[in-house]
Design a protein around this ligand. Structure first.
Ligand SMILES: *Cc1c(COP(=O)(O)O)cnc(C)c1O
Length: 243
């Protein structure tokens, strides 16, 4: 019996196995190698002990959407010899950029040239080259952060010139749709934008990553080309209603 609504280790293990099976199924439906898809377990609001359970099940990547919460969890996890990679997946305010650069391995939601320039400077000071993704905003509904597509395409040269950023690809949080099929065009469009970016820009290497898909739609996202999926609820169960 569990004392509260949080999931125990064995249940987390079963959920991870189920997510992995679905990742494999979705990949094989489109002839892709399941090993090429990174599962980021989104651990916002999840206590460190449960993160360690997921790590013990072989999860190598975790996602946090808030710098403060992430920094604390990362240092607790590292103190327990957890050498996972940590992705910042939420909007980053510029006054928290330094702490984010110090703690996170990947910054996924870079949403302006000004933020990218700041991260570039901080990474240079830290002697690092930090992997980032550029967030796309389709300009609908709740999604307020991210580059609008035209804006991104117009700013590729200054972004590609930032030597301390290792820009790997795009991330997107499409407008929420009950019907997963209605979300699919956003994933497809994001993949097209990635090709367009590679046609136009001279980043040091072609951009290859597409971070798209959450608990309700990661299978569709994989079918449309996702290389990184960000899955929270399907692994750790429902979150308290704070986000
Ligand atoms: C919370 C969050 C997720 C995970 O959402 P689930 O529906 O719990 O899988 C993915 N991406 C971002 C940016 C998030 O903030």
């Amino acid at each position: 019996m569990q004392r509260d609504s949080t999931l125990g280790a064995s249940e987390i293990g079963e959920r991870i196995a189920a997510v992995r099976r679905r990742i494999c199924d979705a990949a094989s439906r489109t002839g892709r190698d399941p090993q090429s898809i990174v599962l980021v377990a989104v651990s916002k609001t999840v206590e460190p002990e449960r993160v360690l359970c997921a790590y013990a099940e072989g999860v190598t990547d975790f996602g946090e959407n808030r710098v403060q919460e992430g920094v604390e969890k990362i240092s607790m996890a590292r103190a327990k010899h957890c050498s996972a990679r940590w992705h910042l997946i939420g909007h980053l305010q510029s006054n928290k950029a330094r702490r984010a650069v110090e703690a996170f391995d990947v910054i996924q939601a870079v949403d302006s040239v000004a933020l990218a320039e700041r991260l570039n400077r901080l990474a240079g000071e830290a002697g690092r080259r930090i992997p980032i993704l550029l967030e796309i905003n389709f300009g609908e509904e709740e999604s307020k952060s991210g580059f609008e597509v035209e804006e991104l395409l117009l700013n590729l040269s200054p972004l590609a010139a930032l030597a301390h950023l290792d820009c790997r690809g795009l991330m997107v949080i499409p407008p929420y749709r009950q019907n997963i099929e209605q979300g699919r065009p956003y994933f497809r469009r994001t993949r097209e934008i990635l090709s367009e970016v590679n046609r136009r820009a001279n980043f040091s290497a072609p951009l290859t990553e597409l971070s798209m898909g959450m608990s309700h739609d990661y299978q569709a996202a994989i079918e449309e080309g996702a290389t990184i999926v960000r899955v929270g609820t399907a692994i750790f169960g429902p979150r308290p209603n704070v986000n």
